[in-house]
Design a protein around this ligand. Structure first.
Ligand code: NAD
Ligand code: UDP
Length: 329
């Protein structure tokens, strides 16, 4: 099949492209490179089944995919709050454009929604039938409400136009290819621990999150895309629940770091707890996460260690005047 992956140069998108190519699909990777990087997909560029399209999903585009995996949208609070109006446009106009494309081409479209549609949840763990507790006018609303409207659009295009949708609500996912300056908690803590810097825990660190390793998530996404029985929404994540302080301590231990924990102000509307109920995913997809937090963190730490080492080597080469091939990317 010819699969269009929007946000394909991002963290999750690059892993999706890699997996679809391994499964012998043709992949069109569409990205505006806001938080995506050529380095994430550089290893795929020689593959004749892979093409890159620099494009912004807020603008219409004419393509002929058999399937669409719609991921385009910054996911880190730091990045989505940088230009909140653009975040709303990406979620609303971008999703309308992709649903319109799906309608014209009759392509199945998988939309990446988020646990943020539950806001600061009053139901715990979160089940798909919970409608959420979202502030419509706060700093996170551009993302939370944007993603809620995107879900509404999916279901209206489905009911009104028969578009073949799949909607997944992704919970905190981490792993290699997160940006070093991503702002999300796992990449922040790992980079801080490896550099021996203070670990910045926001608030008391008693808020909880459930962390899913990226390989587990990709398996679930592919299974959801391939099944014919259910449109969703379906929670995808790892139900293991940790406080942010526990995460900080584990990262310091696994990095063998001397970093100490410092506390910073808790951002407004930061959800106090989050954990997916994945009964639906287990029943429908025969899927459960296989990679425990400790194991996934070790893989992630190795990735960032290599990246930091590479950065040091590049700095040495710059000092000695050696050209940096591809540095402008
Ligand atoms: P990411 O920021 O690494 O990837 C997003 C990609 O979308 C980037 O490559 C970015 O350049 C691209 N993009 C952003 N705006 C665009 C636009 N207007 N036009 C074209 N491309 C655009 O984030 P990620 O973690 O890989 O997240 C991917 C998707 O999964 C997002 O939709 C996000 O909301 C969703 N999601 C992620 C998580 C998580 O924990 N990683 C959790 C819930 C939902
Ligand atoms: N967080 C933190 N220190 C950081 C970055 C994040 O304590 O350097 C906290 C943040 O306040 C939140 C949790 O970690 O409670 C997860 O934050 P992230 O930005 O990764 O994702 P969120 O789930 O909030 O969208």
């Amino acid at each position: 099949m010819r699969v269009l992956v929007t946000g394909g140069a991002g963290f999750i998108g690059s892993h999706v492209c890699e997996r679809l190519l391994a499964d012998k699909h043709e992949v069109m990777c569409l990205d505006n490179f806001y938080t995506g990087r050529r380095d994430n997909i550089r290893h795929l560029l020689g593959n004749t089944d892979f093409e890159v399209i620099r494009h912004d999903v807020t603008q219409p585009i004419l393509l002929e995919p058999d399937r669409i995996v719609h991921l385009a949208c910054p996911a880190s609070p730091v990045h989505y709050q940088w230009n909140p109006v653009k975040t709303v446009k990406t979620n609303v106009m971008g999703t309308i454009n992709m649903l319109g494309l799906a309608k014209r081409t009759k392509a199945r479209i998988l939309h990446a929604s988020t646990s943020e549609v539950y806001g600061d949840p009053q139901v715990h763990p979160q089940t798909e039938d919970y409608w959420g507790n979202v502030n419509p006018i706060g700093p996170r609303s551009c993302y939370d409400e944007g993603k809620r409207v995107a879900e509404t659009l999916c279901f209206d295009y489905h009911r009104q136009n028969g578009v073949d949708i799949r909607v997944v609500r992704i919970f905190n996912t981490y792993g290699p290819r997160m940006l070093m300056n991503d702002g999300r908690v796992v990449s922040n803590f790992v980079v801080q621990a490896l550099r021996g810097e203070d670990i910045t825990v926001y608030g008391q660190g008693e808020q909880t999150r459930s962390f899913c390793y990226v390989d587990d998530l990709i398996e679930a996404l592919v299974r959801m895309l391939d099944q014919d029985d259910e449109v969703g929404p379906i929670n995808l994540g790892n139900p293991g629940e940790f406080t942010i302080l526990q995460l900080a301590e584990l990262v310091v231990e696994l990095c063998g770091s001397t970093s100490r924990v410092v506390h910073r102000a808790l951002p407004k509307d930061d959800p106090s707890r989050r954990r997916p109920d994945i009964s639906k995913a287990i029943a429908l997809l025969g899927w459960e996460p296989q990679i425990a937090l400790r194991e996934g963190l070790v893989k992630t730490i190795t990735y960032f260690e290599d990246l930091l080492q590479q950065g040091d080597q590049d700095r040495v080469r710059m000092r000695t005047g050696e050209a940096l091939v591809g540095a402008s990317d």
